[in-house]
Structures are given as C-alpha cells and as structure tokens.
Design a protein around this ligand. Structure first.
Ligand SMILES: Cc1cc2nc3c(=O)[nH]c(=O)nc-3n(C[C@H](O)[C@H](O)[C@H](O)COP(=O)(O)OP(=O)(O)OC[C@H]3O[C@@H](n4cnc5c(N)ncnc54)[C@H](O)[C@@H]3O)c2cc1C
Length: 408
C-alpha cells in the first residue's frame, strides 16, 4: 500500500475497502498477509488518513454502515470505536503520556550508558534478533511505515517479554516509523500488551498463533522460535487518577461571527470532516511530526504528516476562499494573525500528545483571553466520557451513540 497524504486518496481507499468491511472483515481481519502489492484486502489500512484527520470517523462509519448495516459491520465499527476510546481514555489520564515520555527518556539514557543494552536494542530495531517473524516486522515497519494490528501485538509482546527491552523504547520505535503514529492508540496499546492498561492482563505472543495467522504471506508462515510464552505481566507502582473531562460545547456560527483563523494540524489536516459552522478569514497549517520523539522520525512518517497539512491548507484556501499560511516550528503565531487582521482561532481539538505539547504554549495565551473556539467531533463528545476504564463501557453504548448521531 502506498499511503498518499491527501483526502482524495483516503476517500478512494475507503471506497475500495468498504465492500470488505462486513462479515469478511470480521472473519479475516486477524490474518497478516504481508505488505505485497494487492495483499491486505482484509483490513482497511485507513489509519494514516484517520490519524491525520484527512478522513473523519463519522464518514468512515457512515460508508460502512450504509453498505453492510449494523450487524454485519459490528466488528469493524467496534475497531473504529477502539480508536475513539483510546483518545478519550488518555484525555482523562494525561499523566500516562507524561509518564511515557519520562520513561522513554530514562530508557534512552540507559541505552547510552550500557553497551549490552545498546546492542540488544540495535538488533531489535534493525531486525537482527534471530527471531524470524520479529525481524521481518522490524524491517517491514521501517520500509513501509505500517504494520498489521496483529503484527503490532506480537511485535510488542516479543519486545517486552522475550527480548526484555523497555516498552517505552518499543513505543518510541513505533512512533518514529508508523505513518499512523498516534499518542493515544500507541501508548495505550503498548501498555495493554504489557499488562499495564488492564492491570495484570498481558498479551503473550505464541509461535503457533503467529504461524497460523501469517500463513497467507507470500513467503509462507513466519517462524518465531525461542519466545517466552510464560512471562509474567509488567507492573508499576503508580496509579494514574482520572481527571474530569472539560469538553467544549458544540461550536456555532455565533461563536465564529468575528473574523477567525482556522488552524489545521497533524491530527486535523483537512477542513471537510470538521463541519465548520462559518467560513474562516485565514487558514493556518501547523505540522510538527519531528517532535514525536527525541530520535529521528523516519522520512515516510514525517513527510506524510507534513504533506497532509500542506495539502490540507491549500484545499481549505481554495474551498473556503481565503488565504492560507504555514506556521513553522519556532515561529511565533501572533504575527501571522496580526497580518491577516484576525484575533480568534478555530482549533480542532488538540488531544494529549506531541502535537498538543508543541502547539499549546502559543495557543494558551489566546485561549486565556477567550479567543480560541475548540471544535470537537460529535462522536468524540459522546464517547469520551464513557472511556473511563475498560473498552466494555464504550462497547455497550455504541448502538446508542450511533443512533443519537444519526449514523447508520
Ligand atoms: C502495540 C500497538 C501499537 C499501535 N499503535 C497505533 C498507532 O500509533 N496508531 C494507530 O492508529 N493505531 C495503533 N494501533 C492500533 C491498530 O493496530 C491500528 O489502528 C490498525 O492496525 C490500523 O490498521 P487498519 O487501518 O488497517 O485497521 P482496521 O482493522 O481496518 O481498523 C479500522 C480503523 O479502526 C481503528 N483501529 C483498529 N484497530 C484498533 C486498535 N486495536 N486500537 C485503536 N484503533 C484501532 C483504526 O483507526 C483503524 O484505521 C496499535 C496497536 C498495537 C497493538
């Protein structure tokens, strides 16, 4: 799959995949058939476009439910809600993101100080561990910027329980290479595999399971010898208490009556999924993929994010009839607003993660003056408050959420 960072390419992928999103998806989604051209018909590979906000979850769910109805598309719909659930969960426990960053920095410092650890880490990220399946996925991730969900689970499990490397280093490796890299889905999935998300419940990769679900790869089933299939889950001393959500009200035309700038960023690169209630006087694009990691972010991942935002503001300028400008890293925001004579910003919600870390210091003073109108998707507003503990709290509410949102 060649991931093209435009909304048109995302819509084309959605149209191509929708016929397979019903029972076929439910029955075959666990198979990792490899990245060969023409392979992977069993999963959507929509995550890069969803993460970048080139596609919205609403339109993806609408397309799939229209074609298959609620029962046949139940599994696919649930997976899309996992994405929303993880976002809402991290929003209520942002300390997990802080803790991840601290743990990652500590683990990177430990690598610097310990040659043995450095060697084991290099073997893992370069695909030289001798565990054939793991080595294939390490190279595949670097070459393509994508891994199948099951491969991500196996890979993370082998990283943590067999190679006994810090989970934060693995999460960082993913963030540097995944085109769909997402602070919530990635951090919480690594924690889930480790047994930290659902305490004491971890995911152990098994050679037999890997061989079974990789049998469709052109090279045949992947071997995984020497796995620790009995490892205990990780544990941690600290709790991450839940904080209340302070979600913005639905933005109205009245909120955006004065001239405003629309800020498109790495998680909201296109205006179309935003349901804007008024036209902006200016579109600003801010892309910061380099701050995903203190290490080097791979060109594939970085360029997808940068081009998504650059293309997004160009299309917004054309469709909405206003100028567009890029807000580059290190530049102040205020002169861009002053040059266009606007004081207010419409901001697609900035979720916990590196994009927020990078942009919020400049936006906070405007927000304090009441000049930021935050846009939040209706599905997020309805779902996030339910993402308090396990996914079950969301899963049982999906039908009601879809009905209230008039989807399906
Ligand atoms: C260790 C690990 C790290 C991960 N890191 C990321 C990440 O950085 N970014 C990311 O978007 N996903 C991440 N995932 C979740 C999942 O693997 C990907 O979303 C999925 O593989 C994307 O492929 P797809 O679009 O073909 O998914 P499909 O199976 O076609 O699912 C459709 C959509 O539902 C959502 N989705 C599906 N499965 C999950 C899931 N388990 N959790 C959350 N959302 C899901 C995605 O938005 C996806 O595009 C991670 C999973 C694991 C186990």
């Amino acid at each position: 799959m060649h991931f093209i960072p435009t909304r048109a390419a995302g819509l084309a992928r959605l149209a191509a995949f929708t016929p397979a999103a019903g029972r076929r998806y439910a029955e075959t989604r666990n198979a990792d058939d490899g990245p060969a051209e023409g392979g992977r018909g069993n999963v959507s590979q929509l995550s890069p476009w969803l993460h970048a906000g080139l596609l919205g979850t609403r339109e993806v769910l609408e397309a799939v439910l229209r074609e298959h109805g609620p029962r046949a598309s139940e599994k696919f719909v649930a997976e899309v809600f996992w994405r929303i659930y993880f976002k809402g969960y991290l929003e209520q426990r942002p300390a997990i993101w802080e803790d991840y960053r601290k743990g990652r920095d500590g683990a990177l410092a430990a690598l610097d100080a310990n040659a043995g650890l450095r060697k084991a880490y290099a073997e893992a990220v370069e695909g030289r561990t001798g565990i054939a399946a793991f080595d294939v996925w390490a190279k595949e991730l670097v070459a393509t910027g994508y891994l199948h969900n099951h491969a991500r689970m196996w890979f993370a499990s082998i990283w943590i329980f067999t190679l006994k490397l810090d989970w934060q280093l693995g999460a960082d490796f993913f963030l540097r290479h995944l085109i769909d890299a997402d602070a919530a889905s990635n951090t919480l999935s690594w924690r889930w595999v480790a047994g930290l998300h659902t305490r004491g419940k971890h995911y152990l990769a098994r050679a037999e399971n890997i061989a079974r679900y990789t049998a469709g790869r052109p090279e045949g089933p992947l071997a995984a010898e020497g796995l620790d299939e009995d490892a205990a889950p990780l544990s941690e001393p600290q709790e991450f208490p839940r904080r209340g959500l302070d979600l913005p009200a639905q933005a109205t035309a009245a909120d955006l009556a004065a001239p405003f700038a629309l800020l498109l960023h790495d998680e909201a690169a296109h205006h179309a999924p935003l349901a804007l209630p008024a036209r902006p006087a200016l579109v600003i694009g801010a892309s910061r993929p380099a701050v995903r990691s203190p290490g080097t972010v791979a060109p594939l991942a970085r360029s997808f994010a940068e081009q998504a935002v650059a293309g997004g503001i160009a299309e917004a300028a054309q469709d909405l009839g206003c100028p567009a400008v890029e807000w580059r890293a290190g530049e102040p925001l205020a002169p861009l607003l002053a040059a266009a004579g606007v004081e207010r910003i419409a901001l697609p919600y900035l979720p916990t993660g590196w994009t927020r870390d990078a942009l919020w210091p400049d936006l906070a003073p405007l927000s304090d003056k009441g000049r930021v109108v935050t846009l939040l998707a209706d599905l997020d507003r309805a779902t996030w408050p339910l993402a308090k503990a396990g996914f079950f709290g969301v899963a049982k509410a999906i039908d009601g959420i879809l009905e209230a949102a008039a989807i399906g």
